[in-house]
Design a protein around this ligand. Structure first.
Ligand code: FES
Length: 135
């Protein structure tokens, strides 16, 4: 991956989550989620374990489920919910949780330490499914 920061710590509220994109050394896009909850920063691969699509595929504006106190990330396709602090699936059609990634902070900026070795890159912007308002 590149050495470019993913975002600034100040880009995130608490609780909050945002999607970011970086690239690996061969230029492939890597879609990630950077989240903050009770002062802790967490990183996850932006891929729902149900069908392998980014959580933001159908409703990019609703990554976090604020109706539940901002404790959960929500997949826009079928509504799976994931604990923001662990990525564990707590509701919806998924059995596995989100894949965590290690982050580090330097000078107020957030960096990806390493992409999980057994996870293929995830396109952060797949085409919207046919029939979707964005297609
Ligand atoms: S693709 Fe995420 S809940 Fe189905």
């Amino acid at each position: 991956m590149t050495d470019a920061p993913l975002c600034r710590v100040s880009d995130l509220g608490d609780p909050d989550a945002l999607t970011v994109t970086t690239t690996d050394r061969s230029g492939r896009a890597l879609g990630l989620i950077v989240a903050r909850w009770q002062g802790l920063l967490m990183g996850f691969v932006n891929r729902c374990p149900h069908e392998g699509v980014p959580l933001t595929v159908m409703r990019s504006e609703r990554l976090m489920d604020r109706a539940l106190g901002g404790k959960y990330l929500a997949c826009g396709k079928h509504g799976a919910r994931f604990k923001i602090q662990s990525g564990m699936c707590t509701a919806g059609p998924c059995r596995d949780g989100l894949t965590p990634v290690a982050l580090t902070v330097r000078d107020g900026q957030v960096f990806l330490v390493a992409w999980p070795v057994d996870v293929a890159p995830v396109s952060p912007n797949p085409a919207a499914p046919e029939g979707h308002p964005l297609s």
